[in-house]
Design a protein around this ligand. Structure first.
Ligand code: ADP
Ligand code: ADP
Length: 226
C-alpha cells in the first residue's frame, strides 16, 4: 500500500526533515507513526498525501510509483487516500451531512447519491441521527468522527491521520482509535501519526518511530537502536 525506499526530504533551508527512510505498509495493515515533535511525522504524511514531494528516494502508493507522476494524476491519486487531521477541518456553517458529502459534491455526484452515501458513512462512524446537526453542537469526539466519515466517503483503500486524538481526552482518544481499528477490519489500510505513546502502547500495533528524520524503530517493542 505504501512503500518508501531511501526517501529523503530536505527543505529549502537545507533542513533534513527525513533522512533515507525505508518502510513498507502492507495492504490491509494498520500502524502507528510516532516520535517527538519535529521528528518528521507530518513531513512523511505530506509525502504520502502528495502535498509535498521527496527530495530523493522512491515512493510507491497502491502500486503507483509517485516519482513519475504528472501533475494531473495527483487529484486522482489523492482521492484514494482518506486524510484525517487533528483539528478535523470541518466547515462550521455546514451541517454534518453537508460536511461528509463535500468530497462527492466536488466530484459532481447527484444529491440523492450524496445523501445516501453520506448517511451510510455516518452510520459507519456511529453518528446515526446527527446528520442535520451543525459541528459546533457536537462534542470533540463526534466532530472527529465526522472528519473520519468524510475521509471514507470515497472508499479509499488507505487512511492517514495526523494527530487525530490531539484534542481529545484519553477515553475519547481510545474510542477514536477503536473506530480506526474497526475500519481497518473492513480492509482499509491505516497509518496514524501520534506522539501519544501511552495510547500507542494500549493498542499493540506495529509502530514506526522517527527521530530527527531517521526511522529508528519499526515494530511492537520500542527498543532504542544504537
Ligand atoms: P513532526 O510532525 O514530527 O513534528 P515535521 O515533519 O513537522 O515534524 O517537521 C520535521 C522538521 O522539519 C522540523 O525540524 C521542522 O521544523 C522542519 N520543517 C517542517 N516543515 C518545514 C518547512 N516547510 N520548511 C523548513 N523546515 C520545515
Ligand atoms: P456505495 O458503495 O454506493 O458508496 P455503500 O453503502 O457500500 O454505498 O457505502 C456507503 C459509505 O460507506 C461509503 O460512502 C463509504 O464511506 C463507506 N464504505 C462502504 N464500504 C466501505 C469500504 N469497504 N471501505 C471504506 N468505506 C466504505
Amino acid at each position: 500500500m505504501i512503500l518508501f525506499e531511501q526517501v529523503s526530504k530536505v527543505y529549502s533551508d537545507q533542513h533534513v526533515a527525513l533522512d533515507k527512510v525505508d518502510f513498507h505498509l502492507k495492504k490491509g495493515e494498520m500502524a502507528f507513526l510516532t516520535g517527538p515533535s519535529g521528528a518528521g511525522k507530518s513531513t512523511l504524511l505530506k509525502l504520502i498525501s502528495l502535498m509535498d514531494r521527496p527530495t530523493s528516494g522512491r515512493i510507491v502508493l497502491n502500486g503507483n510509483n509517485i516519482s513519475n507522476l504528472k501533475g494531473n494524476d495527483i487529484p486522482y491519486l489523492r482521492r484514494h487516500i482518506g486524510m484525517i487531521f487533528q483539528d478535523h477541518r470541518l466547515l462550521m456553517n455546514r451541517t454534518v451531512l453537508e460536511n461528509v458529502g463535500l468530497p462527492l459534491l466536488i466530484e459532481g455526484y447527484n444529491r440523492h447519491e450524496i445523501k445516501r452515501r453520506s448517511l451510510a458513512a455516518l452510520a459507519k462512524v456511529g453518528l446515526n441521527g446527527k446528520e442535520n446537526s451543525f459541528p459546533i453542537h457536537l462534542s470533540g469526539g463526534e466532530q472527529q468522527r465526522v472528519g473520519i466519515a468524510r475521509a471514507i466517503i470515497n472508499h479509499p483503500p488507505l487512511l492517514i491521520a495526523d494527530e487525530p486524538t490531539g484534542n481529545l481526552d484519553p477515553k475519547l482518544s481510545l474510542e477514536i482509535l477503536n473506530l480506526f481499528e474497526s475500519l481497518n477490519k473492513l480492509g482499509i489500510s491505516v497509518l496514524i501519526a501520534t506522539h501519544d505513546l501511552g495510547l500507542v502502547a494500549k493498542m499493540r500495533y506495529r509502530t514506526l518511530t522517527l527521530r530527527e528524520g531517521n526511522m529508528i524503530n519499526d515494530g511492537l517493542l520500542r527498543k532504542r537502536n544504537a
